[in-house]
Design a protein around this ligand. Structure first.
Ligand SMILES: O=C(O)CCC(=O)C(=O)O
Ligand SMILES: [Fe+2]
Length: 325
């Protein structure tokens, strides 16, 4: 089968973050968050030049021999690099943790034995901008749940959120089946929200409620936002954390960056009564501690997906889903 990206393209709602929110964009955004858990943002203030610099500096690291990269790997002390064959044979990534993005990036550079601060400088700039952008986006998402919910809940619930970045490089093998070979398998993000930059290659797909894979076609100067599990649970499923994946499309490397904006580790996630809605609405999640869910997901990866359920519903749902424990 020839994979055609124009097949099943998903027309995502667009949020212009430079403009005041009007009621029609709020309602299209509300619908998008509920139905897809994905939308796009434009006029985000991140220059093409910054993306270009990050791309070339990251590629300098990805093109090092694997022995060098493993100095940052899972058996090293800093563990910022995930080599191919851990998440997928065609996927490798570098993690940069906030809020001190420069220090985190520099620890990787130092471990490689390099003496260059350019990578840590661009990571600090990008990480800080993503953190600010995430705050704006979370507030807009809260507004979709109710009038004034941004002011009511941002400071009390989301003020201690933190972000980290994953820089992803996909390298297809010579003989892959277009559209069938996964670069990153189906998953949901654990974050509150994720902001994704993808290059022009394409391959990111989201699963519809009826199980169809829809293409999120790359669009210049546009970033993708998706709702993660923490927000799905906190909103009592009024916001959807959708399953998504990346399929390999072309015989060239694909580059992307995901910024995960998450609750603090010891946060107790519990949907406020007002968010759940009128008394007859069922509460779907029990309260849970954020880091316990992260540990649950790590164990699921170790033990294999078949054995135990792997979504936040399986972990904290009042009624577990079918494949739950
Ligand atoms: O590479 C992409 O476009 C998306 C990556 C992703 O879903 C993730 O890192 O969680
Ligand atoms: Fe993801």
């Amino acid at each position: 089968m020839i994979y055609n990206q124009s097949e099943n393209p998903l027309q995502l709602a667009v949020l212009d973050v430079s403009q005041p929110l009007d009621s029609s964009s709020l309602s299209s955004l509300a619908a998008a968050c509920k139905e897809w858990g994905f939308f796009q943002i434009v006029n985000h203030g991140i220059s093409k030049d910054l993306f270009g610099q990050i791309y070339s500096l990251s590629n300098e690291i990805f093109s090092l021999p694997s022995d060098s990269k493993l100095k940052l790997g899972p058996s090293s002390s800093i563990k910022t690099y995930t080599p191919p064959f851990i998440a997928s044979p065609f996927f490798e990534s570098i993690r940069v943790a906030g809020p001190a993005f420069a220090d985190s990036a520099q620890s990787s550079v130092d471990a490689l034995g390099e003496h260059d601060s350019r990578f840590s400088e661009v990571m600090q700039e990008y990480g800080s901008k993503m953190t600010e952008l995430s705050k704006t986006i979370v507030k807009v998402v809260l507004k979709t749940l109710g009038d004034g919910f941004d002011t009511k809940f941002y400071d009390s619930e989301f003020n201690n959120c933190h972000g980290y970045l994953r820089i992803n490089n996909y390298t297809p093998p010579n003989n892959f089946e277009e559209g069938e070979t996964e670069g990153l398998g189906m998953h949901t993000d654990m974050s509150c929200i994720t902001i994704v930059y993808q290059d022009e290659i394409g391959g990111l797909q989201v699963k519809s409620r009826d199980g169809k894979w829809m293409n999120i076609v790359p669009c210049e100067e546009t970033l993708i936002v998706n709702i993660g599990d923490m927000m799905q649970a906190w909103s009592n499923e009024r916001l959807r954390s959708s399953e998504h994946r990346v399929v390999l499309r072309k015989l060239v490397n694909r580059f992307s960056m995901a910024f995960f904006y998450c609750f603090e580790d010891d946060k107790v996630v519990l949907s406020p009564d007002e968010v759940v809605g009128p008394p007859e609405v069922t509460r779907i999640y029990e309260a849970f501690v954020c880091s316990d869910y992260v540990k649950f997901r790590e164990n699921v990866v170790k033990e294999g997906f078949e054995k135990v359920g792997f979504t936040v519903r399986d972990f904290a749902g009042v009624v577990k889903s079918e494949n739950g424990v």
